[in-house]
Design a protein around this ligand. Structure first.
Ligand SMILES: NC(=O)c1ccc[n+]([C@@H]2O[C@H](COP(=O)([O-])OP(=O)(O)OC[C@H]3O[C@@H](n4cnc5c(N)ncnc54)[C@H](O)[C@@H]3O)[C@@H](O)[C@H]2O)c1
Ligand SMILES: [Zn+2]
Ligand SMILES: [Zn+2]
Length: 361
């Protein structure tokens, strides 16, 4: 048995997304069907649509989601029917060489559902980040479900499933920001603002937000930015140095992911400082820089996948902080939309009008 529900797919490069019927198999061993309650629109969904991730069209988009476990397959013990869960794209395997060395946040072989969701003609879908949650229901591996406090608003909770976790984790896990650090964040969309919120949570002493859009800089202050720079008007590197006693920031986070923003991050850092790349570059992007600068400036150049998070450790904690009013995740929800409005949401994202549009069901 299977069931047919609605889902938002990207059929070919750069073409508008389509709302179509999709077929969800009954959960097999280790698999779970989740009834989606909310799913945020992340820049990575747009990157899939634009062919920036791979060519495995058609994609079933959506991956920042929360919902209720509807049915479970054989051998599922991790969640029960009725559980309120956030979906994750890091269901650690426990067996790969990273896991075996005690580094599960780097797991090289994360679990996804084994069976395929399809179009009604049988065409197999590639779910975005192994999730595919712009759909009434989706099929995932049990490890992709993290049970959290069911009093949380699903539209808010779902955002922890990708962008907000990626940003907070880039700051506090990958960047290991401390209370006496100076921090700069380049790009203040959902991910960058989450990095700012993370830096504020751990007490960074100065948090400099950089964007090319004044509206984004205004919102960045609400998440804890102490200073803002519009990189269209001012030189980002010089201004970050001016704001850090001429030295540069201890940690600079590139939440855009372009060669020019990464270079700014590199040079806006204090000696021996840390660069964290969390924005996702496209395959055509190249970087050319003097090798001696890498050597002479020292420090640490990192990339952050999913904020180096462990969903089972981090999601319940962050939900608890949110419910206590200590982490303003609700401010990321700019608007609530229907499943038929994802394409509009991409345009709004592109125009810088929203932090997160969230599809609610
Ligand atoms: N590493 C991960 O695990 C992970 C997870 C989720 C998203 N991402 C990536 O993070 C990036 C940001 O995602 P988002 O959802 O916040 O996107 P977004 O489009 O909402 O935000 C991007 C922001 O960058 C700003 N910007 C663009 N060019 C700039 C420039 N030259 N200088 C300064 N600011 C500039 C834009 O004005 C915008 O505010 C994307 O590349 C996304 O794919 C990474
Ligand atoms: Zn592993
Ligand atoms: Zn995402």
């Amino acid at each position: 048995m299977s069931q047919t529900v609605r889902g938002v797919i990207s059929r070919s490069k750069g073409q508008p997304v389509e709302l179509v019927d999709i077929v969800i198999p009954d959960p097999g061993p280790g698999e779970v069907v989740v009834a989606i309650q909310a799913c945020g629109v992340c820049h990575t969904d747009l990157t899939y649509r634009e062919g920036g991730i791979n060519d495995d069209y058609p994609f079933l988009l959506g991956h920042e989601a929360a919902g209720i476990v509807e049915s479970i397959g054989a051998g599922v013990t991790h969640v029960e029917v009725g559980d309120f869960v956030i979906l994750n794209w890091r269901a650690v395997c426990g067996e790969c060489r990273a896991c075996k060395r005690g580094r599960p946040h780097l797991c090289f072989d994360t679990f996804n559902a084994t069976q395929k969701m399809t179009l009604t003609d049988g065409t197999e879908l590639s779910p975005a980040l192994g999730i595919g949650a712009f759909a009434d229901k989706t099929l995932v591996h049990q490890g992709q479900c993290t049970k959290v406090d069911s009093t949380a608003d699903p539209a808010v909770a779902g955002l922890l499933g990708c962008g907000v976790m990626a940003g907070i984790g880039a700051a506090i896990n990958t960047g290991a920001i401390n209370r006496d650090d100076t921090v700069a964040v380049i790009g203040c969309g959902g991910v960058g603002d989450a990095a700012i919120a993370g830096a504020a949570l751990v007490g960074a002493r100065r948090i400099i937000a950089v964007d090319v859009d004044d509206r984004k800089l205004h919102t960045a202050r609400e998440f804890g930015a102490t200073h803002t720079i519009n990189a269209k008007d001012l030189d980002a590197v010089d201004t970050i140095q001016d704001l850090t006693d001429g030295f540069g920031a201890d940690v600079v986070i590139d939440a855009v992911g372009r060669p020019e923003t990464w270079k700014q991050a590199f040079y806006a850092r204090d000696l021996a400082g840390t660069v964290v790349l969390v924005g996702v570059p496209t395959p055509d992007m190249k970087l050319e820089m003097p090798l001696v600068d890498f050597f002479s400036r020292g420090g640490s150049l990192k990339s952050s996948w999913y904020g180096d998070c462990l969903p089972e450790r981090d999601f319940p904690t962050l939900i608890s902080l949110y419910l206590q009013g200590r982490l303003p995740v609700e401010k990321f929800v700019s608007e609530r939309i229907g499943l038929d409005q994802v394409e509009d949401a991409f345009h709004k994202m592109h125009a810088g009008e929203v932090l997160r549009s969230v599809v609610v069901f």
